[in-house]
Design a binder for this molecule. Sequence first.
Ligand SMILES: Cc1cc2nc3c(=O)[nH]c(=O)nc-3n(C[C@H](O)[C@H](O)[C@H](O)COP(=O)(O)OP(=O)(O)OC[C@H]3O[C@@H](n4cnc5c(N)ncnc54)[C@H](O)[C@@H]3O)c2cc1C
Length: 424
Amino acid sequence: MARYTVAIVGAGPAGYFAAQALQNMQSDELTFSIDIFERLPTPWGLVRSGVAPDHPKIKTVSKVFEKVATAGNVRLFANVELGSDISLQDLKVAYDAVVIATGSSIGKKLGIPGEDLPGSISAATFVPWYNAHPDFKDESVDLSTSTAIVIGAGNVAMDVARMLALEPTELDPTDTADHAIDVFKESAVRTVIISARRGAEHAAFTSPELRELPKLEHTNVIIEKSDIAAALIRAGENIEKDVKSNLEAMALIADQVPAGHERTMKFQFLATPKEIRGRDKVEEVIFTKTGTDEEFSIKCGLVITAIGYEATLLEGVDFEQGKVKNTDGRVGENLYVVGWAKRGPSGVIGTNKSDSSDVMKLLVEDLNNPKPHSDIADRLNSALVITQSQWETINAAEVAAGESKGKPRHKAVAWDDLLHLGGL
Ligand SMILES: Cc1cc2nc3c(=O)[nH]c(=O)nc-3n(C[C@H](O)[C@H](O)[C@H](O)COP(=O)(O)OP(=O)(O)OC[C@H]3O[C@@H](n4cnc5c(N)ncnc54)[C@H](O)[C@@H]3O)c2cc1C
């Protein structure tokens, strides 16, 4: 029987699905000891710090992650960062194979003048701020403007717009960070414009998310019928299934009579942002009608860009186009990549399952004889590591703290508080 050691770096969906795929490939002849390293004191990646708090069902996938984590052959080393606490070289020496699953968390930039003005922020800051990511707890988010523009045409843009346009008491029974709920409750934002560079037929929203929008109880959701009619003409007769389903979902929204709520979320298509203007902070966005020189301007005090993410660089790893350079997930000798670090920021949580599984099949194909065992745990300062059982203590404490408030969990936000809950 051969027992191999595998290090997975990043405890997000791709990392857990990689571990699960290895578990599923075990047999009488082949077994794995899997160590998962995570820079935060908490696992689950974007399921904790990305997925919108008003969509709690999506987060139940964490039960799958916990099952993988407690199957007997997986150890968690959280609060351990590749690059500072441990090097790739350390892992390559100690393990038979190393899997990078570090995701993609840097917000892409528009590259237009005014983008760095106060009042212009990336979804890569705004989302982890409202989701209690410890690195973003001190961001100052100013919602004192009546109009906000969200630039982007994917589900992240939709999440951001929805969070801004919700009646904030709807966030009380969610795990939104307290500091964010306070700011949302004081928010002056009443109109949120989601602005897409291309037509509705090219939008990357997914139809289940679009179909949720009309259910918002306190927000008008507006799509112009003419935008959808024009998109249908442009899409033509050979329209793809997903595009058709998206346009149908948008047409349903367009058919709705606005209900006269105080808050409005409005879709704008074929608008290319050209410049963000303002004296000391954002005051307006200048757009051109995409494909023309025709300019128009919208006054607003907040711009949030949600136009994609790039991966953070890792020492000793080549990157191209914001992703780890790889061939089908192979990066180098006994080194692999999965998830958003491999593919870039696309696909839902489930996409990472088949992707990780495909890459782990290659990993198994490539295995040689197991290396002599050397336990990396001996080299880490145990006083700084959050293990699976310590994470379970944090998890239980957060869930218990949420219970009395009618929330699925009440997240600890400060790094020290999380460590403290974990007994460090
Ligand atoms: C705002 C937002 C909302 C989303 N909403 C949904 C949704 O509703 N439904 C859906 O299906 N999908 C959703 N997604 C997509 C989904 O979250 C991704 O498909 C998935 O999280 C990608 O998994 P991953 O493991 O590659 O990356 P991540 O989830 O980002 O996990 C990467 C992990 O690696 C860790 N890490 C990074 N660098 C290091 C390092 N140097 N050392 C150690 N650890 C490190 C990170 O802390 C993180 O925990 C959303 C994504 C975003 C951004």
